[in-house]
Write a protein of this length. Structure first.
Length: 256
């Protein structure tokens, strides 16, 4: 049964149930770039309501699509969704506040770019990294009373494989972040970011060992192949968003 659940195509089943519970305007949210060594971490958000019918055919977790399929999917997702946006946090911000707070920063920026405020955010995973009641440090700059408050969040393990809105958000974030890494590669060609998008591929690690990090690397991390000069605690998470070896998990939901 676990294998059948993991292979099921994303649908709006979960979204429709949440709408029946009173959350009319829903936002699916997902991140990419959390486990990369260079470049931003990016968060996509796709908003739907009851007028958004079945998602475009082929929408699924971005890791399961080729880059050409993802790019072709973007305009179809944008026409389907009520609203959409992608937010980013830079390597400098990741170094300053840590990867989890940077995820929150990118997610908050994505929400702020929306023309509507969702009633509820469906967040992939089992940890709510979007909600921060204290909003301290750099994040406090966003809490100036002029922007919308963070909506309530429901977390779901493997939401990017189950919920069409979350899968669509994953595609938008992946395509936009990949394009950023290709542009950065033009100015830092040694690291082959046009191929590896900042992840720990062999050619990227070899370039790090030969040339050291550049301004687009997350310098607070213990970068492979680099003599430890960093003092920060961050290290690339195990099982990043380019492909994880963790086994399928059952659906878990909680509303915060």
């Amino acid at each position: 049964m676990a294998g059948a659940t993991a292979s099921r195509k994303p649908s709006l089943r979960v979204e429709r149930e949440l709408q029946r519970q009173g959350h009319r305007v829903l936002a699916g949210m997902d991140e990419v770039g959390r486990g990369a060594l260079a470049g931003p971490v990016s968060v996509g958000v796709v908003v739907i309501d009851e007028t958004c019918r079945t998602a475009p055919q082929g929408v699924k977790d971005s890791k399961l699509l080729s880059h050409l399929a993802r790019e072709r999917m973007v305009p179809r997702i944008e026409r389907w969704a009520l609203a959409h946006a992608v937010g980013h946090a830079s390597p400098e911000e990741i170094d300053a506040i840590g990867i989890m707070a940077a995820l929150r920063l990118a997610g908050t920026r994505a929400l702020a770019a929306l023309p509507v405020t969702p009633d509820l955010v469906i967040l992939d995973g089992n940890h709510d990294w979007l909600t921060d009641p204290e909003r301290v440090g750099l994040l406090g700059l966003l809490d100036d009373g002029t922007g919308p408050a963070t909506p309530p969040v429901t977390t779901m393990v493997k939401a990017d494989m189950k919920c069409s809105s979350v899968a669509a958000a994953s595609v938008l974030a992946k395509v936009e972040r990949d394009a950023i890494m290709v542009r950065l590669a033009a100015g830092s060609p040694a690291y082959s970011w046009e191929l590896n998008k900042g992840y720990s591929a062999p050619e990227h690690l070899a370039a790090l060992e030969q040339h050291g990090p550049c301004e687009h690397h997350r310098r607070s991390w213990r970068l492979p192949g680099v003599v430890p000069a960093q003092t920060g605690p961050e290290a690339p998470p195990v099982g990043d968003d380019e492909g994880s070896s963790t086994p399928p998990e059952t659906v878990e939901m909680s509303v915060v």
